[in-house]
Design a binder for this molecule. Structure first.
Ligand code: SAH
Length: 406
């Protein structure tokens, strides 16, 4: 039995007196949903839209505009420079300046020739998105960024510092089309998929602006959006981040979270990567999960669990089952027992996440006592459970709060 409590287990971020008050009793069979899950959501159409959005470029490029450096693999950077007549070794020097020395200003790249320093910006675009807004938590251990992309679309990213080091939480889409009923981003709908460079740029940006030095920093694809609905660009971003001449973020330091896009989970398992996979389970019956996480109507629990098992056996990495605790909804003893049954049949660990309240949404975090009770039911039945008090709640930067007004 292993119980971790982040942040010393003492601080509950984002909880105010009123939010911790008891929730309406929904009755033994849950009663009608507090927020009706969108009954008209057409999941096939949703999946088709995600695929179509992936296959069409997010925006047309002005022919002469250079590609963003941050969407290119090292060999592609080399290709772009060699095409302009540069010797190949110059690309390695540029990659070293940007990723190892964290210098994006060509003028400061002292081992390049003067003409090359002047030409570089016309061959690859080294700019990062503009910060629209930046909010720091009072303790200074979380920073939430709203970044403005070149078409004025805004996305949010969060940098977190804890005893375990630095974790960078990035978005893969602007908004999200998955419509999970408890999630702030889910209420926004999908604006568009991000391109690989826009995903990588969030990481580079946070490393640069926080100045936090942790060579073993972790990246979680748990910001806005469903990474597996933007499969190709997310995978490209992972490969750029992993590259030896890039930031060298080992797969094991990357975790991708999905609401349960089963075919893409199978596909990811076969990529030969060892990226961590977290699954937003949140419910242990199809009846409840259909209402909380609408994609469940397309890929029910049985298929989701089979895909999780396939991922774990294929990659040799235990998956993480994320389970948010919603007061009166999924926090009863029967839920804990079913969760334990699911977990015991899978190579997995469980991440219990007390719900971070979202303004305008009626869902509540259970009381501390109810959270503890749920943990006490679960812990003896399961080998690896972590109770995660999300960081960043004070600045609306905790899980599921992105897109909410801070
Ligand atoms: N689309 C991905 C990533 C979403 S964010 C996914 O669904 O997994 C990462 C986690 O935060 C998910 O488990 C998500 O369900 C959870 N989450 C969403 N809203 C939340 C909230 N208000 N409080 C706590 N966790 C939340």
């Amino acid at each position: 039995m292993r119980v971790d409590r982040d942040l010393d287990g003492t601080l509950i971020y984002g909880m105010t007196e009123s939010q911790s008050s008891p929730t309406p009793d929904l009755g033994p069979d849950l009663g009608p949903p507090l927020v009706p899950a969108p009954a008209d959501i057409e999941l096939d159409a949703l999946a088709r839209d995600a695929e179509a959005a992936e296959s069409t470029p997010a925006r047309s490029r002005i022919p002469s505009a250079p590609p963003s450096f941050f969407g290119l693999l090292p060999e592609e950077v080399e290709g772009a420079l060699v095409a302009a007549g540069w010797p190949g070794y110059r690309a390695h020097q540029v990659l070293d300046w940007v990723y190892a020395k964290r210098t994006r200003d060509p003028g400061a790249m002292s081992n390049l020739g003067k003409a090359q320093r002047e030409q570089l910006g016309g061959l690859v675009d080294l700019a990062l998105p503009r910060i629209h807004k930046q909010i720091q938590s009072p303790k200074g251990d979380s920073v939430k960024y709203a970044l403005e992309l070149s078409d004025k679309t805004r996305v949010e990213s969060v940098a977190m510092l804890s005893k375990r080091g630095v974790t960078l939480c990035v978005s893969t889409q602007a908004g999200c089309g998955m419509a999970c009923v408890f999630c702030a981003t889910g209420t926004l709908g999908l604006t568009r998929n991000l391109k690989a460079d826009e995903i990588v740029a969030q990481v580079v940006h946070m490393l640069e602006t926080t100045g936090w030095e942790d060579p073993g920093f972790n990246i979680v694809f748990m910001g806005m959006g469903e990474p597996l609905a933007n499969y190709a660009q997310t995978l490209k971003a992972i490969n750029v981040l992993r590259a030896d001449e890039g930031l060298r973020v080992g797969s094991r330091r990357i975790t991708l979270s999905t609401c349960g896009m089963v075919p893409q989970m199978h596909r990811l398992a076969k990529e030969g990567l060892q990226v961590g996979l977290a699954i937003s389970l949140h419910a242990t019956t199809d009846e409840l999960r259909n209402r909380l996480v609408p994609i469940n109507r397309r890929y029910p629990l049985r298929e989701l669990i089979r895909a999780a098992d396939f991922y774990a056996t294929h990659t040799g990495r235990r998956v993480t089952l994320e389970y948010i605790l919603l007061a009166g909804v999924n926090d009863k003893k029967g839920d804990a027992e079913r969760l334990a049954d699911i977990a015991n049949a899978l190579p997995c660990k469980i991440n219990l996440i007390p719900y971070n309240p979202v303004p305008q949404l009626p869902w509540q975090r259970p009381t501390d006592e109810a959270i503890q009770r749920f943990a006490d039911w679960l812990f003896p039945r399961c080998p690896a459970v972590t109770l995660r008090w999300s960081q960043g709640g004070e600045i609306a930067a905790a899980c599921g709060q992105l897109g909410a007004k801070a």
